[in-house]
Design a binder for this molecule. Structure first.
Ligand code: 5AD
Ligand code: SF4
Length: 461
């Protein structure tokens, strides 16, 4: 199974932003982030806004005067984790009654005032389009004791002028559009993040050039639905090409795409530029046309396969990954087998696999959630197991191949090993050899398992 777990919480590490005044504990901000990459990118925007307003960003929760939790609503489990976390955070508030606790992001947008009324510990609730109000709501809370809530969704907010404060490193996220207009029947995102809107092309290009100067080597253009990007006459392919030209020494990736908008022009653009990674994440969700229609995904498996075949024709070395939901309403054993079939046919390099979780407000909320928990789990296990075998077969077959990797750092499991990433987004572990984070190396693969490749350096550039 792929290692990314959308529901896993990963506390944000050090962000040392520009600060104007650091003379009281009031200025220490700690942000904890749950959910998708968009949320991680949003936390960096929040850090940017707060840094500009004189707050110091800390990774030590015990040190903080303000705790913000950037939340995810995509599945019930993601919300349950945050609610559980709030119970733990109560103890910090007990120790320091002046501590400010805020919920931001998708749960804030979905649950609104309920978070304040039902969870005594919460002082601030801000939806994804309201982050500019954070400093004033905090000031007001401190001055008057008034709890703050701001949950309006915007049709224009893109935070284009905010420079995010990122953790130093090799990889960076760069948000290019926000929101989603697709309204897949299972998905709460259009309700929590609102309508699609894009940043101007120049804003993205300016930021990507800054990121290059700061030493980032691998940049992922982010949006709920990046292929719907539009800035004047420019579409997402134009943006991607402009980025590739602006920073030719930097690898560029993007996520996430919807099959409806994945055009031939985009495939040709990916093929045309060396620094656009040959990696495409294209969620299929189900292998059954009947289920896809109920999901309101607006494509058939035949159409999806046509796109996949075009991608493979133009980019033979491409790596492909997908999202799959098991146990959607009315899913039969037959439908489930069709999902396994499409996985065998495409042979994805990786997949993010989930059990269907009903979400209020969505179209599917009105359907009966009629696949029992046990069946959902069993089907998910079959999907995970199949993907593990496919990934393992594909990765072991790479033995002997040579790839260029960008070194990201020391392996988490052993300080005698380095890890890096291929253009196709695969992690490669190699023995320490004097190379440092950011270096490009040619490596020969010596073996591979379902999650990782192992190799040795061939040359040092
Ligand atoms: N239940 C389970 N998985 C979901 N996803 C979105 N909404 C739900 C839900 N209600 C999955 C989809 C999507 C990914 C980001 O999360 O596979 O592509
Ligand atoms: Fe959700 Fe569908 Fe939009 Fe993706 S495209 S964010 S699954 S509504």
């Amino acid at each position: 199974m792929d290692e990314r777990d959308l529901e896993k919480y990963i506390p944000i590490e050090t962000f040392t932003g520009e600060t104007t005044e650091v003379n009281s504990t009031r200025n220490k901000l700690y942000v904890e982030t749950y959910g998708c990459q968009m949320n991680f990118a949003d936390t960096e925007i929040v850090n940017g806004i707060m840094g500009k307003n004189g707050y110091d960003i800390t990774e030590n929760i015990d040190d903080s005067a303000i705790i913000l939790i950037n939340t995810c609503s995509i599945r019930e489990m993601a919300e349950a984790r945050v609610l559980q976390r709030l119970t733990e955070i109560k103890k910090y508030k007990k120790k320091n009654p002046k501590l400010v606790v805020g919920i931001i992001g998708c749960m804030a947008e979905r649950m609104k005032r309920d978070l304040i009324t039902k969870k005594g510990v919460v002082d601030l609730v801000l939806g994804p389009d309201e982050y500019r109000k954070l400093p004033s709501l905090i000031d007001n809370l401190i001055d008057t004791g008034e709890k703050g809530i701001a949950v309006k969704l915007s049709r224009v907010e893109t935070y284009d002028d905010i420079m995010p404060i990122r953790k130093e490193g090799i990889s960076a996220w760069l948000s290019v559009m926000r929101g989603c207009d697709k309204f897949c029947s299972f998905c709460v995102v259009p309700y929590t993040r609102g309508r699609e809107r894009s940043r101007p092309l120049e804003g993205v290009i300016n930021e990507i050039k800054i990121l290059e100067q700061e030493g980032f080597k691998d940049i992922t253009l982010l949006g709920q639905n990046v292929n719907s990007y539009r800035s004047g006459e420019f579409d997402f392919s134009d943006l991607l090409a402009a980025c590739a030209k602006a920073v030719p020494g930097v690898r560029i990736r993007f996520t996430t795409s919807h099959p409806q908008d994945l055009s031939m022009k985009l495939i040709e653009t990916i093929a045309a530029y060396d620094n656009i990674c040959k990696y495409i994440h294209l969620p299929v969700q189900s292998g059954s046309d009947r289920v896809l229609e109920l999901m309101k995904r607006s494509y058939t498996i035949e159409h999806y396969m046509k796109i996949m075949n075009n991608i493979r024709k133009l980019i033979p070395e491409v790596s492909l990954s997908t999202d799959i939901i098991s146990g959607f309403c009315t899913e039969t054993e037959e439908d489930h087998k069709m999902t396994l079939d499409i996985m065998r046919e495409v042979k994805y390099d990786g997949a993010y696999m989930f059990k269907y979780s009903p979400r209020e407000k969505t179209k599917a909320w009105q359907y009966e959630d009629d696949v029992d928990e046990e069946t959902k789990t069993r089907r998910l296990m079959e999907i995970v197991e199949l993907q593990r075998n496919i990934s393992e077969d594909k990765n072991s077959a790479l033995t002997g191949n040579i790839f260029e990797i960008v070194i990201e750092g020391i392996s988490k499991k052993s300080d005698k090993m380095l890890f890096g990433r291929t253009d196709g987004n695969k992690t490669v572990i190699i023995p320490v050899n004097g190379a440092k984070a950011g270096d490009k190396l040619k490596v020969r693969i010596t073996r591979g398992n379902s999650a990782t490749l192992f190799g040795e350096a061939v040359t040092v550039n």
